[in-house]
Design a protein around this ligand. Structure first.
Ligand SMILES: NC(=O)c1ccc[n+]([C@@H]2O[C@H](COP(=O)([O-])OP(=O)(O)OC[C@H]3O[C@@H](n4cnc5c(N)ncnc54)[C@H](O)[C@@H]3O)[C@@H](O)[C@H]2O)c1
Length: 391
């Protein structure tokens, strides 16, 4: 089997997610195009880099990502650092002739995202592939929903509502990590999780063309977490901890129009007690509806409204499995279920197939750039208190 050397930059939550996915990808997909080889892991924190290197079986580690960029033996770079460094690392990797998978949000400004999309287009002319980590559109149930919508079975879409609700930062003792600082994160909930819900909605209904937004910050200062990986609210700091002002949002809501003709809404918050990874989508069409919730990600609910008799109409539940998109990765029987790990393996597989086939996979850097433009329009709309057109 062909081997491809991988360099991973950033050894936190997403470094782990990508490495678990890369090692599982050839095991789950019989036609996986290559065996990823863990060559070098980079983290600015040497202790984190060494620990990760040992646990994942990397051949070496470094603390400067340029060591990965300058290594001619590395074929693929996974960018898993906080948002402010995505642009410089991804562009350098593409210019050095690597294939690049970069976590979302793609960058902290529209200008950076534009530069990344341009670098990706240039690299593609030389056969180099890039992808942005909006993996939720690859959930088999969402892929099935897309098939149903494209077949016309639920008619013309009228309304698409998407939500991403979490609670890990609802407690004011939840520490201020890089995710709460504009300089490193670019935005708060907006870039972190709103963009995932937006990507699913746009995948199903077309790009958002016009919107009106509300953007709120509820907890104005938090106790500071000193360095390391973001502990995502798993640790609470006491009153004696140093405090710092939060300069990003906690919650975002938009009403919007989609290019496909539907209207709808997208909202996200990290302040919803009781909600954990509650990503939902509800799609209404002229002939039926679809609904889905990530917390039950293997279940797609579909109502073929025009086919059912009055009195017998309702949602049918489809448990996704081998017969649905990306069935290889699912276990033998619907209901045995997949989770986040398999989802990231699907992403790694789609990326590998694109590398093998020489085509750009979905969630290109162009998609990442378009999402950045919507985020920019959201901030503008909140500022002017009115509808804005997405550039
Ligand atoms: N797709 C998803 O579902 C998903 C989920 C979580 C995070 N993310 C994204 O993944 C990225 C990383 O988030 P995370 O949760 O893994 O963060 P994290 O805090 O868990 O880990 C980040 C790691 O990067 C290291 N680092 C920081 N700057 C670096 C640099 N310049 N060079 C090398 N290492 C550096 C830190 O020391 C830390 O170990 C972010 O862009 C985030 O938005 C995506």
């Amino acid at each position: 089997m062909k081997k491809m050397n991988v360099g991973v930059v950033g050894a936190g939550f997403m470094g782990k997610a990508h490495c678990v996915a890369l090692s599982n990808m050839p095991k789950l997909f019989p036609d996986a195009p290559y065996l990823p080889v863990f060559k070098t892991v980079c983290d600015i924190d040497p202790e984190i880099a060494v620990d990760f290197c040992v646990r994942f079986g990397f051949k070496g580690f470094c603390t400067d990502y340029m060591d990965i960029i300058n290594d001619p033996e590395i074929d693929i770079v996974a960018v898993c650092t906080p948002n402010d460094s995505h642009a410089e690392i991804a562009i350098a990797a593409l210019e050095a002739g690597k294939h690049v998978i970069c976590e979302k949000p793609m960058a902290i400004t529209v200008e950076q995202s534009k530069a990344m999309a341009e670098a990706a287009a240039k690299a593609f002319e030389k056969g180099k592939i890039s992808m942005c980590g909006y993996q939720y559109r690859r959930v088999p149930a969402i892929e099935e929903a897309k098939k149903i919508i494209d077949s016309g079975a639920i008619g013309q879409l009228t309304n698409v509502r998407a939500q991403y609700l979490q609670s890990w930062s609802a407690d004011p003792r939840s520490p201020l990590s890089w995710r709460f600082v504009k300089e490193t994160a670019g935005a708060g909930t907006l870039g972190d999780i709103f963009t995932h819900a937006l990507d699913i909605a746009q995948y199903l209904a077309g790009d958002v063309t016009e919107l009106v937004s509300m953007v709120k910050t509820y907890i104005k200062e938090r106790p500071v977490q000193e360095g390391g990986v973001d502990l995502l609210g798993t640790v609470k700091l006491g009153d004696d901890a140093k405090k710092q002002a939060v300069d990003v949002d906690d919650e975002v809501s938009i009403l919007c129009k989609y290019a496909g003709g539907a209207i709808g809404s997208v909202e996200a918050t990290r302040m919803a007690w009781g909600r954990n990874n509650y990503i939902t989508i509800e799609v209404h069409g002229t002939k039926g509806s679809i609904t889905w919730n990530y917390e039950r990600l293997n279940e797609l609910e579909v109502c073929y409204g025009m086919d059912d008799e009055d009195g017998a109409r309702g949602f049918r539940k489809i448990y996704t499995g081998p017969a649905n998109p990306h069935g290889d990765v699912t276990w033998n029987i619907p209901g045995m279920n997949i989770g986040y790990g398999e989802l990231k393996a699907i992403e790694a597989y789609d990326f590998a197939k694109a590398v093998e086939g020489g085509y750009q996979p979905t969630t290109t850097f162009e998609v990442g750039y378009q999402i950045s433009k919507v985020c920019d329009a959201i901030l503008k709309s909140d500022e002017v208190h009115g509808w804005v057109t997405v550039e």
